[in-house]
Design a protein around this ligand. Structure first.
Ligand SMILES: Nc1ncnc2c1ncn2[C@@H]1O[C@H](COP(=O)(O)OP(=O)(O)OP(=O)(O)O)[C@@H](O)[C@H]1O
Length: 246
């Protein structure tokens, strides 16, 4: 599904958090939203998800303007937000409509696809951080979202688990081809995963730059080309003071 934001602004108690945001995502594209703390990244995701309707401007999903929570939009947060009293399997099937047996089979299939086969009966307190976030990914995917909104989904994880889950996300993306909007502070994550990176700056946050990764998902971690994009991003965020001193 495509996604388009037209002149989206959000004001809280007279203070503008994001101003005049315009961008679009084609079906199956992975868009990164990058910017320093407080520039309104999560505010934009909440508006796209329909959880917050207090914005100005328009958000169109597949060409249709909507302010409702769209059934084809899934959300993954920084913390897994699992119900502690439910098992892994019950967390994934929670709220699903339809035949219980079918839903259970579907949830098991998704748990398997995120590497959690055999963990269905565990409770959240028995899981590592990475396992819990895998459950959150399975729970988001089981509804077959066509637009997936990720708000710093891996930032609470150690570096190795983070890389494993980035690869897992790419695996599931290859199968489902969801359109993804990824909010992150991790520049390497954006160059590794995204087709385009939208850089927000300021308070209120505005789009400063859009960087297209022409070799999207063909940039190895640590490669020269990935470093080239990283420098471009750091420069545009004014986080490369050394280079301006030379
Ligand atoms: N519900 C709210 N009520 C009042 N102000 C809010 C609300 N939500 C966000 N804001 C304000 O909007 C601005 C943008 O916040 P937001 O959380 O979207 O930024 P962010 O870029 O996601 O930050 P971070 O990277 O630190 O998560 C901040 O000044 C924040 O205080």
């Amino acid at each position: 599904m495509s996604l388009e934001l037209r002149d989206v602004s959000r004001t809280f108690d007279g203070k503008t958090a994001v101003n005049n945001i315009n961008f679009s995502a084609n079906p199956g594209e992975i868009i990164g939203l990058l910017g320093t703390s407080g520039c309104g990244k999560s505010t934009l995701l909440r508006a796209i998800s329909g959880l917050d309707r207090g914005y100005d401007g328009e958000i169109a999903i597949n060409g249709t303007t909507t302010k409702a929570v769209h059934e084809k939009v899934g959300f993954i947060f920084q913390e897994p937000r699992l119900f502690p009293w439910l098992t892994v399997l019950e967390n994934v099937t929670f709220g699903l409509k339809g035949d219980k047996q079918d839903m259970t089979a579907r949830a098991i299939e998704y748990l398997e696809s995120v590497g959690l086969k055999g963990s269905e009966k565990l409770y959240p307190k028995q899981l590592s951080g990475g396992m819990a976030q895998r459950v959150a990914i399975a729970r988001a995917l089981v509804t077959s979202p066509e637009i997936l909104l990720l708000d710093e989904p891996f930032s609470a994880l150690d570096a190795f688990t983070k890389m494993q889950l980035q690869d897992l996300l790419l695996d599931v993306w290859k199968t489902h081809q969801s359109t993804i909007v990824l909010v992150t502070h991790d520049i390497d994550e954006t160059t590794y995963l995204c087709d385009r990176i939208i850089i927000l700056r300021g308070q209120p946050g505005e789009i400063d730059k859009e960087i297209e990764i022409s070799e999207a998902r063909n940039l190895e971690r640590g490669s020269e080309k990935a470093a080239f994009y990283k420098k471009e991003i750091l420069d545009s965020l004014d986080l490369n003071k050394q280079s301006s001193r030379i």
